[in-house]
Design a protein around this ligand. Structure first.
Ligand code: HEC
Ligand code: HEC
Length: 203
């Protein structure tokens, strides 16, 4: 009898613990979507779409923000409870456990990436395609659309976000692979503008 009761209690506790975990993920994700959009698909140019980002790339990005090892810009909530104070990715990740980061990354990796509908300049996009193919496609294949590269999704991501990241890379403020640094540091301002229009043209 004692044994049965203790099994019943531990089963209840187990269920309770997993319900709390699921609840946690749900409320964390609701907070993320306040800036990143429903199901992690952004409608705001300075915020990247995070749906469909490969699990490893996503968790790595969150670990790097938690370590404050990448620039974090302050941002207002875009939807939901917009009265919440503006915050940064460094602050958002500061108190997340490793387990929670891994759960979040797995969750968004399972959602479909949706390319943004953005205005772009067709001539610049054409020029950007050539710059991309000459310098970037080796690692960012299929025009920067292939999640299997484990290098983020550039095609159809937000122009303002891509522009800001390229500025950070060129200023040496965000770490990047050595071979990418060689390519990025050789870009002109016009190349960068062209690249961003090319990524936006993939809808
Ligand atoms: C207050 C708005 C806001 C909230 C809340 C927020 N983000 Fe962000 N996130 C941003 C902005 C803006 C950027 C672009 C980088 C920057 O400006 O710091 C970003 C960047 C990112 C990136 C980098 C994308 C990449 O490919 O490297 C990831 C990943 C990310 N956020 C995930 C999350 C997750 C997961 C949550 C919830 C735990 C979250 N964000 C909550 C605004 C927000
Ligand atoms: C040697 C391989 C390599 C080359 C070449 C390369 N990249 Fe990357 N790139 C990567 C990897 C790997 C990452 C992911 C880095 C990380 O997670 O911090 C990345 C990340 C990025 C990001 C950030 C994505 C995000 O979601 O935040 C941008 C933007 C980018 N690369 C643009 C370029 C452009 C433009 C070129 C060509 C001029 C280029 N890269 C060339 C490997 C490369």
């Amino acid at each position: 009898m004692k044994r049965i009761i203790s099994i019943a209690i531990s089963t209840t506790l187990g269920l309770f613990a997993s319900a709390v975990m699921a609840g946690d993920l749900e409320s964390v994700v609701a907070d993320c979507n306040g800036c990143h959009g429903d199901d992690g698909v952004s409608q705001w140019t300075d915020v990247p779409t995070i749906a469909g980002v490969p699990e490893f790339v996503h968790s790595d990005a969150l670990y790097i923000f938690r370590d404050e090892a990448r620039p974090c810009s302050e941002s207002q909530y875009k939807q939901g409870d917009t009265s919440k104070p503006a915050t940064t990715m460094c602050a958002v990740t500061a108190d997340l456990s490793d387990d929670m980061i891994d759960e979040i990354a797995a969750y968004y990796a399972g959602l479909p990436f949706v390319a943004a509908k953005q205005d772009f300049d067709a001539a610049l996009a054409e020029a950007g395609k050539a710059v991309h193919e000459g310098n970037c496609d080796k690692c960012h294949s299929d025009g920067g659309a292939n999640p299997e590269d484990e290098a983020g999704i550039l095609a159809g991501n937000m122009m303002g976000y891509l522009e800001a990241q390229l500025a950070d890379y060129r200023a040496g403020e965000r770490e990047q692979p050595k071979k990418m640094e060689e390519k990025v540091s050789a870009l002109t301002d016009d190349d960068v503008k062209a690249l961003v229009n090319y990524y936006a043209s993939q809808q």
